[in-house]
Design a protein around this ligand. Structure first.
Ligand SMILES: CCCCCCCC/C=C\CCCCCCCC(=O)N[C@@H](COP(=O)(O)O)[C@H](O)/C=C/CCCCCCCCCCCCC
Length: 259
């Protein structure tokens, strides 16, 4: 999916996860990565474009360019014009870091999926069988195979759980629910267990700057909030299915703790 800033539509991105499973219920890596690419491209490019623009506007700091509804000062039309989903930038540098981390992991996987061993990287199942069978994963230390497919997808897999829980929280919560609370709860129930204290602390503080639930639903770009909620009801079961199939696979091979 070519998710440019102007045509971002969360439904289109989430369809990739729906298309992930083949008839044998194997996770097809091309669709899986397309889903992540869609999520990251939207927020990553928006964030990078905004920062680049801010650098070109004399006398504008990041804070000054924030719109009043973001909790910032004077609006900056030069920058805002490029940020239809500008609320996603409210995490600022931390969010840029997160999106770069995901983008790097997607790139590692693209390298493997297009590399000399590409036939082993069509599905998650074939990848695990290949890497485990050829001892290309190290269960003890990260240093030996820092870019194995198994450890790289594991990070995305944990993040997918965060996404599923967070979107489920948005879907089922009352209109005035706090997105900071929803995000913190989903993070604590998924990724937090794998992050050091300093990361947990930094992201939890950043969550406090998230915009309101309604702004999130509108930014999905699928119509009014009620329609976004309906779209999530249809899409989330597919994410849940992909997540549980991957979780079972990793558990069967004792890979859930890969360093
Ligand atoms: C209108 C649409 C709304 C939905 C938009 C969703 C956008 C989703 C994009 C990204 C999701 C978060 C992905 C987090 C990936 C973390 C992977 C990870 O654990 N990496 C760590 C370990 O890597 P290695 O060193 O072992 O290679 C790495 O250390 C990174 C640490 C920082 C992670 C912080 C995670 C925060 C999770 C919650 C994200 C909130 C984003 C809110 C955006 C609205």
């Amino acid at each position: 999916m070519a998710a440019s800033e102007s045509d971002f539509n969360l439904k289109v991105v989430l369809v990739s996860f729906k298309q992930c499973l083949n008839e044998a219920e194997e996770v097809q890596l091309d669709h899986y990565l397309a889903g992540w690419r869609g999520l990251v491209r939207c927020v990553g490019e928006t964030s990078a474009r905004r920062q680049a623009l801010l650098a070109t506007v004399p006398g504008r700091s990041r804070q000054a360019a924030l719109c009043p509804e973001d909790g910032g000062g004077v609006p900056c039309p030069e920058v805002s014009a490029y940020t239809p989903h500008r609320f996603l930038n409210s995490l600022g540098a931390i969010f840029s870091f997160i999106s770069k981390d995901v983008a790097t992991k997607v790139q590692i996987m693209e390298g493997l999926c297009g590399g000399p061993g590409r036939e082993h990287y069509s599905t998650l199942q074939s990848m695990v069988a290949y890497e485990v069978g050829h001892k290309l994963v190290d269960l003890e230390r990260r240093a030996r195979y820092p870019d194995s497919g198994c450890r790289t997808v594991l990070r995305l897999h944990r993040a997918l759980r965060w996404l599923q829980l967070f979107l489920e929280g948005l879907r089922t919560s009352p209109e005035d629910a706090s997105t900071a609370t929803l995000c913190t709860e989903s993070y604590n129930a998924s990724l937090a267990a794998f992050h050091p204290w300093i990361v947990r602390r930094a992201v939890t503080v950043a969550f406090c700057t998230l915009p309101a639930r309604r702004a999130f639903l509108e930014a999905m770009n699928v119509g009014p909030p009620e329609q976004a909620v309906e779209m999530l009801s249809e899409a989330l079961p597919f994410i849940e299915r992909v997540y549980s199939i991957s979780q079972k696979l990793y558990a069967e091979h004792a890979l859930l703790g890969l360093p």
